[in-house]
Design a protein around this ligand. Structure first.
Ligand code: NAD
Length: 482
């Protein structure tokens, strides 16, 4: 564990430097409120976009080094979302920043009301390893659009991407505006001790609790983008082939290390066999016809670390030892950080695979007869980050949407809601607090300042001394307004 002043994670970041960076950003807050205006924010966003274009090959190489992520997947799931956030923010920033007029209320006739978004100040972003670029720079776009200075801590578990982010940011922004601090939990804890104005955390629910406890000490506001088990439900009216295409992509892209990946699938018994056959066909189509081809597929990512690969291997082994059946895949080579795309059936609730977030390419397929039982089971657990429904019937999807609570619902698709910049992206309860993306991200990093200006209001008529006339006016006001 690094001590207070020891260098951390290969970079010369120490406690004093963290404190100095924070102090410099803090000192600039008052000036930035005026100088970091619309035009300056556009420039900052353009600079970030240019850096992403300039360093594209380095980004692809870093993600290949960290977990063998296919280049096309890097473009689609790491670079595209951030560039899209930038383009969207540039297009709409003027409107987002504009003070909104609010109609006067009856009691305050003669006043003018506005809500003006202002930057929170100095914000902390802590990112996870699974989409290490996207989930570090996506929130940064929102934070800059909202006019903040940012300290950003990438994940130490994706070290090549962490180093790349540090250099990309250092050549793009002065540290007084954006500073990257590399390192592990100890560094994160040191950062969390500082009085940030907002903390934007993406990661596990367990660490989310630590972050929120730390934020309580300084009363920083938080956005927590957490995880959990996101179910898919395939109804009796689903097209099994279409469902399988989306589920296989959602589950096996990034080797299942996706916060909104379908964790497990409930399938109506009448279509279960067809869905499993279609999933097997989809795995073969996407990653190779046999285990050896899949093992060497350039389109299939590796698990981030030996420890995580061991954990997934254990999940499969312990489930099969307890009676679960592997329908496809099941092979794992933790040393090479490889876990095959795996379908597993006959899981029971007491198995670890049914209890913890799988976060890997292992898909339990659970046949159901009674939808009420599926809904009761979802309701009994923590609220999921995403819930997916597959069925041709809109009323089936609508009924499930109405009867369950989750961060988002995807109907006849998976993951794609992440790419819709107009939708709030976030969880509820244990899957998170607050929302990211587009205007929702801008608001997360802004304070909505209420401004009320007197023009010809009659409120002073109610000021003391409380003469009989004032008393009568107060009574009248009460009757009129209440
Ligand atoms: P994690 O919680 O282990 O780590 C996330 C970040 O927190 C890292 O930067 C890490 O260094 C830091 N951290 C670790 N321990 C800490 C501590 N004690 N105090 C402060 N910071 C600490 O998560 P992970 O393993 O990187 O990511 C996987 C989890 O993240 C999964 O649960 C997944 O569902 C979730 N996730 C959620 C989203 C989302 O948008 N909702 C996106 C990606 C991942």
């Amino acid at each position: 564990m690094p001590t207070a002043d020891a260098p951390v994670a290969g970079t010369a970041v120490d406690g004093d430097r963290i404190a100095a960076l924070f102090a410099a950003q803090r000192q600039g807050v008052a000036v930035r409120r005026v100088s970091f205006d619309y035009a300056a924010r556009l420039v900052a966003l353009e600079r970030l976009r240019d850096a992403l274009v300039r360093r594209e090959a380095d980004i692809v190489a870093a993600l290949a080094a960290d977990f063998g992520k296919p280049a096309t997947e890097v473009l689609l799931t790491e670079i595209l979302p951030v560039r899209q956030e930038i383009a969207h923010a540039r297009r709409h920033l003027r409107r987002w920043m504009r003070p909104r007029r609010v109609r006067p209320t009856l009691g305050l006739i003669g006043t003018a009301a506005r809500v003006r978004p202002e930057p929170k100040g100095v914000c902390l972003i802590i990112a996870p390893w699974n989409y290490p670029l996207n989930l570090a720079l996506g929130p940064l776009v929102s934070a800059l659009a909202a006019g903040n200075a940012v300290m950003l801590k990438p994940s130490e578990l994706a070290p090549a991407t962490s180093t790349l982010i540090a250099s990309l940011i250092a050549e793009t922004f002065p540290p007084g505006l954006v500073a990257v601090v590399e390192g592990d939990a100890a560094v994160a804890e040191r950062l969390l001790a500082l009085p940030f104005d907002h903390i934007f955390f993406t990661g596990s629910p367990a660490v989310g609790r630590i972050v929120m406890a730390a934020a309580a000490r300084t009363l920083a506001s938080v956005t927590l983008e957490l995880g959990g088990k996101s179910p898919a439900i395939v109804g009796p009216g689903a097209d099994p082939r279409k469902a399988a295409r989306w589920i296989a992509w959602g589950k096996f892209a990034n080797a299942g290390q996706t916060c909104i990946a379908p964790d497990h699938v409930f399938v109506h018994r009448s279509v279960a066999d067809r869905l499993v056959a279609a999933l097997e066909a989809e795995i073969a189509r996407a990653y190779g016809a046999d285990p050896s081809a899949r093992r060497h597929s350039p389109d299939y990512a590796r698990i981030v670390s030996r420890r995580h690969a061991d954990r997934l291997h254990d999940l499969i082994e312990s489930a099969t030892a307890a009676g679960a059946q592997v329908l496809a895949g099941g092979e794992a080579d933790p040393v090479a950080r490889y876990v095959a795309p795996t379908l597993i059936a006959r899981t029971t609730l007491d198995m670890a695979v049914s209890q913890e977030e799988i976060f890997g390419p292992v898909l339990p397929v659970i046949a159901y007869d009674d939808l009420d039982q599926v809904i009761a089971r979802i309701d009994a657990g923590p609220k999921p980050l995403a819930l997916y429904v597959f069925d041709r019937s809109r009323s089936f999807a609508e009924a499930i949407t109405a009867r369950t609570s989750s961060g988002a619902v995807g109907i006849n698709l998976t993951l794609a809601h992440f790419l819709h910049v107009g939708l709030p992206f976030g969880g509820i309860g244990q899957s998170g607090i607050g929302a990211a993306h587009g205007e929702h991200g801008f608001r997360a990093f802004s304070h909505e300042k209420a401004i009320l200006r007197d023009r010809f209001s009659v409120t002073p008529l109610l000021f003391p001394p409380y003469t009989p006339l004032v008393q009568r006016l107060v009574r009248l006001t009460l009757r009129l307004l209440g």
